[in-house]
Design a protein around this ligand. Structure first.
Ligand code: AMP
Ligand code: ZN
Length: 482
């Protein structure tokens, strides 16, 4: 089965056919940097990451862009509350965002554009919309004229008549129509501002994403993602802006992620029912959190539950132990350079060999079915269930090792998509190694300054005894493993 994606625009699962050959242009609405991201935001970013990785694994050349909204009312409010400059708040939470997505095992997007670096493109796009008759200026602000865009409501399924009758709250003298939304906001005292054709001001939220998406990916994109809260008005408005400006259909597939809920209510900063991603990461490994997310289809709501996270943690420990044992068995075979024992082909290994082909097909089928990570993960667990028994068998022959090697490679391949194991341990250990050596050499140099020769030599000789030689040079002390 080839890939199918549920498209919010058509409200159906559609075969995935990219706009151009095997290239995929993908955009996800990123964070507004007025605070640290919470674990609900992280669900959206992790699931986007899994989609991107699966497309890459499937042979597509993916260009993946995620924006950073760093001009927003909430950032200004946060700066005022903390007594910080607007730019300081942006810097703080943008850096934190990068730390958090790396901490979650999310691969860096190909571009992470910031609004503050794209004000010119935004102004140009607004100007195009005015020239084409889709926007108007009013008292230094610019509004999008919703009545001019025929397809308004096509993504969310909302009808403009219903929206108008339901929009009692939004009375604004400067707008022609209550549904019109702001593209450029005239500046208010004390707020960050940029020069424009309409006076000083700053961009509205919706135009930021349209302008950055078009600038980095072109007039048309294949997949546009975001949380389900963004369908209306954000994505509806993005379509209105982008299609009016370019005269072309904007995103081919719209993908929306279900909310991470707390007691069936959306986790959100405004409700105060949130856990910061960085705090959850202090208690649970990123692989555990990723499995917790992936056990549910991306579009379904998921309840945040520490109890479920702990259950995943227990299961994950078993995965890790089995994988480590598998690596040991394969390493042992390598170092012996030959067979480990009996020539009898074990029935368990024969079964594993045929199961591997079936699981791989079922895994792909699951992922091709609108990225069904829950079904794909169940294949991972089935494989580990079989391996758990086999890796404790003491005698393995060449055929067994061949099958285990295939299982090992299959795990690496799946891990590249889902990220359920941390395989970067050796690097982690070597970094620690360097840090420990740094501490020891600093201590030795302090001892030498104090002419405590006996103690400083004790460090040097002790290290030599475990195979690490050190050398004092005019630039400082270096070390190497002999
Ligand atoms: P924000 O910083 O609020 O603009 O959100 C950044 C991204 O996280 C957007 O794509 C949101 O749709 C998404 N998001 C916000 N809250 C949740 C939640 N509780 N569950 C899943 N995604 C969310
Ligand atoms: Zn957006």
């Amino acid at each position: 089965m080839s890939l199918k994606i549920h498209n919010t625009l058509s409200r159906s699962k559609e075969p995935f056919v990219p706009l151009k050959d095997n290239e995929v242009l993908m955009y996800t609405c990123g964070p507004t940097v007025y605070n640290f991201i919470h674990i609900g935001n992280a669900r959206t970013f992790v699931m986007s990451d899994v989609i991107r990785r699966y497309l890459e694994y499937s042979g597509y050349r993916v260009k993946y862009v995620m924006n950073i909204t760093d001009i927003d009312d909430r950032i200004i409010a946060e700066a005022n509350k903390k007594g910080l400059e607007f730019a300081e708040v942006n810097q703080l939470y943008t850096e934190a965002f990068f730390e958090d997505i790396a901490g979650m095992g999310i691969k860096m997007p190909d571009a992470v554009p910031r609004v503050t670096e794209h004000v010119d493109e935004i102004i140009n796009m607004i100007q195009t919309l005015i020239l084409k008759g889709f926007a108007y200026e009013s008292e230094g602000s610019v509004y999008y004229d919703v009545s001019k865009f025929k397809g308004y409501g096509k993504l969310s399924g909302k009808k403009t008549e219903d929206l108008i009758s339901g929009s009692r709250v939004d009375v604004d003298e400067r707008k022609k129509n209550p549904l019109d939304f702001v593209l450029w906001k005239a500046s208010k005292p004390g707020e960050p501002e940029w020069d424009s054709l309409w006076g000083k001001g700053r961009p509205g939220w919706h135009i930021e994403c349209s302008a950055m998406c078009l600038h980095h990916l072109g007039d048309r994109v294949d997949i546009h993602c975001g949380g389900a809260d963004l369908v209306f008005p954000h994505h509806e408005n993005e379509i209105a802006q982008s299609e009016a400006a370019t005269g072309q259909p904007f995103a081919k597939y719209w993908v929306h992620f279900g909310f991470l809920n707390v007691d069936n209510e959306k986790m959100s900063k405004s409700l105060g029912n949130f856990w910061l991603a960085r705090d959850v990461l202090k208690r649970f490994r990123p692989e555990v959190i990723r499995i917790f997310f992936m056990q549910k289809h991306y579009a379904s709501p998921l309840n945040y539950s520490e109890e479920n996270l702990r259950d995943v943690e227990t299961a994950h420990k078993r995965l890790e132990a089995t994988f480590n044992r598998l690596v040991q068995v394969l390493d042992l075979k390598e170092s012996l350079g030959g067979s480990l024992g009996t020539d009898t082909i074990l029935p368990e290994l024969e079964k594993l060999s045929s199961d591997l082909d079936r699981w791989q097909a079922e895994f792909n089928e699951a992922m091709n079915d609108d990225f069904n990570t829950a079904a794909a993960l169940s294949k991972v667990f089935e494989l580990f269930g079989s391996l758990g028994k086999i890796v404790s068998i003491k005698k393995l022959n060449d055929f067994s090792v061949y099958v285990l090697k295939r299982a090992h490679d299959q795990i690496l391949e799946w891990n590249e998509i889902l990220g359920f194991l941390n395989l970067s341990k050796p690097e982690g250990i070597s970094k620690k190694y360097e840090q420990i050596m740094g501490v020891l050499l600093d201590l030795r140099s302090e001892l030498r300054k104090r002419k405590e020769w006996a103690l400083s030599d004790q460090i040097r000789d002790g290290l030599l005894a475990i195979g690490i030689s050190i050398e004092d040079t005019p630039e400082g002390t270096t070390w190497k493993i002999k």
